[in-house]
Design a protein around this ligand. Structure first.
Ligand code: THG
Length: 367
């Protein structure tokens, strides 16, 4: 249909060739790269994640590395979550905010040693942000994007695949903890994490020339459990209530609006970016909150239903940021960012481009 003009600004994931071989059908842009979003059979790919094991090229989740004398100081300045108890080998989910208390990324922060941290980022330019803040605060930190690309292994049978490759110790690894290891000499960080609620691991590949080799090793090891390729699955993540930054957030969204208030520690030092604004928002209460919606309609959304108006008494009260057909609930469901005057149980309407749907607000997660 059309081609992409080559440019050095758009990089390929180390797993790109492997995903093409395995029949990838669609991508979307993320961090100036391409994220695979389907292999031609969405139903099968969904149920494989729910009941089996799925492997995802998530090389787009780039790392922003802080290293040097002031690395830990900068990590805290960028994180409105208390990091004093973060230990080497541990990761934490962070709502990174600007000075207004608005979320500008929601990375996973990992502590590799006393002087080295990685932010595993969503789709925005944390590298520039971190460098600017470090310079303005006169901090002695090196900030780079290292050659690191995650491969996610998700689903209830992922533990079988990962333990067959690395040994039984992986069964003892705690949620959001990691270990540096290797496979056939390929350097890896093995993390118990991933953007699904079906259980799983992420292998952070630390040598981009070995993407193809790693993909094939995992694929071979996963055969007894019928592993197959997948991707960050919108249906599962909506059912599970996982946030998509930039999808479910806009240019004004603070952590309290999207259920990330529990990751904000109001007692962090005053030099943490956004903390003053967050203290104020917390005191006054947010104006919007995130709820689910379940639609009445039998007509299935064919794909992602993005940014529909939510109406109550014929007035706009917010947005459904992403809706989709739920294979498990057998209803159209969606995540909504709505006025705090709207509550679970309320009946509302959705509207976009002459279409109207009736629905009911619910608590999150759906499942
Ligand atoms: N893995 C890695 N990097 C990433 C993501 C990932 N970077 C971008 C994006 N995903 C970051 N966003 C999220 C959002 C939610 C979670 C992880 C990354 C998540 N949340 C759990 C929850 O909300 O239930 C648990 C959080 C906790 O309690 O600490 O897992 O997927 N490498």
């Amino acid at each position: 249909m059309f081609e992409f003009t080559p440019t050095p600004r758009v990089k390929r994931s180390p797993f790109y060739e492997a995903t093409v071989r395995d029949g990838v059908k669609s991508f979307y842009p993320y961090n100036n790269m391409f994220l695979p979003t389907g292999y031609g059979n969405p139903e099968k790919e969904y149920w494989r994640l729910i009941n089996g094991v799925s492997m995802w090229d998530v090389g787009v989740q780039r790392q922003v590395e802080l290293s040097g004398k002031d690395a830990s100081i900068l990590a805290q300045i960028l994180s409105p979550r208390d990091l004093t108890k973060l230990s080497i080998g541990q990761s934490k989910y962070i709502a990174m905010c600007d000075h207004r208390g608005v979320i500008i990324n929601d990375p996973i922060l990992s502590m590799l040693d006393e002087k080295k941290y990685w932010f595993s980022i969503a789709d925005s330019k944390v590298l520039f942000w971190a460098r600017a803040i470090a310079a303005e605060r006169n901090l002695n930190v090196d900030i780079i994007e290292p050659d690191v690309s995650p491969l996610a292994i998700q689903g209830p049978k992922s533990v079988n695949v990962i333990s067959s490759l690395f040994g039984d110790w992986v069964k003892e690894l705690k949620y959001f903890y990691f270990k540096e290891t290797s496979l056939n000499g390929i350097p890896l960080l093995l993390v118990k994490s991933g953007w699904s609620k079906q259980g799983g691991f992420e292998l952070y590949l630390m040598d981009g020339s070995k993407g193809d080799e790693l993909w094939e090793i995992v694929k071979e090891a996963g055969k007894p459990w019928d592993i197959g390729p997948g991707y960050p699955n919108t249906t599962e993540r909506i059912e599970s209530g996982l946030l998509s930054w930039g999808g479910d957030t806009d240019d004004d969204t603070n952590p309290y609006e999207v259920r990330l208030g529990k990751y904000v520690d109001l007692n962090v030092p005053d030099n943490v970016i956004g903390i003053e604004a967050l203290r104020k928002i917390n005191k006054e209460g947010p104006k919007r909150h995130q709820l689910g919606i379940i639609l009445d309609s039998d007509e299935q959304f064919k794909s992602h239903a993005l940014w529909y108006d939510v109406l109550s008494n014929e007035k706009k009260v917010g947005d459904m940021t992403c809706g989709i057909w739920s294979n498990r609930l057998e209803k159209n469901i969606g995540l909504c960012l709505v006025s705090v005057k709207i509550n679970p149980g309320d009946e509302v309407y959705l509207s976009k481009e002459n279409k109207i749907y009736k629905g009911k607000m619910t608590e999150l997660p759906f499942i």
